[in-house]
Design a protein around this ligand. Structure first.
Ligand SMILES: CC(C)(COP(=O)(O)OP(=O)(O)OC[C@H]1O[C@@H](n2cnc3c(N)ncnc32)[C@H](O)[C@@H]1OP(=O)(O)O)[C@@H](O)C(=O)NCCC(=O)NCCS
Length: 152
């Protein structure tokens, strides 16, 4: 668990699921179902999921990563709309990077929509660089994904 200012970053647990799913739904055009998110916590031994809580224990955001061999693959990172622009996404990403370092991963990768400038800006701030594309990766709009990497 990390406490950064007034934000607490801790492992996601089943009691966070309702709030995380609500954030997932307001954040993505093709959101993961509650069942898929639950399965990440209960069935996926590769998964590392974190939530950001405020002092009232409200879920402000969450982030997930799969630990695949010696690489981290970020699955999703999202902040509840009312808490965006206050450093919550940054704190989550810093914590993911910290955990990847502790687990001696060689780097972290992710996909991001070409149109998602906010997220690209967040990742760039933490040293992620574009290294390729996945053509028509997003099934709802056929938008391409940019593959980004942060190598340690
Ligand atoms: C992307 C997201 C997670 C950022 O979370 P956040 O808590 O708002 O981010 P922070 O306040 O920590 O800001 C971190 C950086 O993100 C970028 N950013 C955040 N808001 C931005 C905005 N309105 N415009 C441009 N860049 C922005 C900036 O680089 C910012 O750094 P800076 O404050 O030094 O300029 C959030 O906007 C979100 O949940 N979006 C919807 C889900 C999503 O797109 N997830 C990423 C999928 S790949």
């Amino acid at each position: 668990m990390f406490k950064i200012g007034s934000i607490i970053i801790t492992k996601m647990a089943l009691n966070h699921l309702e709030d995380v799913h609500a954030i997932e739904q307001e954040s993505f055009s093709v959101p993961w179902s509650k069942k898929e998110l639950q399965s990440e916590l209960t069935n996926n031994r590769l998964a590392v999921y974190l939530v950001a809580l405020n002092e009232n224990s409200d879920v402000m955001g969450y982030a997930g990563m799969w630990h695949v061999v010696n690489e981290g693959h970020i699955t999703n990172i999202a902040v509840k709309r009312e808490f965006r622009g206050q450093g919550v996404g940054s704190r989550l990403l810093e914590s993911i990077i910290e955990i990847a370092g502790q687990k001696e991963m060689i780097g972290i990768t992710l996909e991001v929509r070409i149109s998602n400038m906010k997220a690209q800006s967040l990742y760039t701030k933490y040293g992620f660089k574009p290294e390729g594309f996945r053509k028509r990766y997003y099934s709802d709009t056929n938008e391409d994904a940019i593959i980004m990497w942060k190598h340690f």
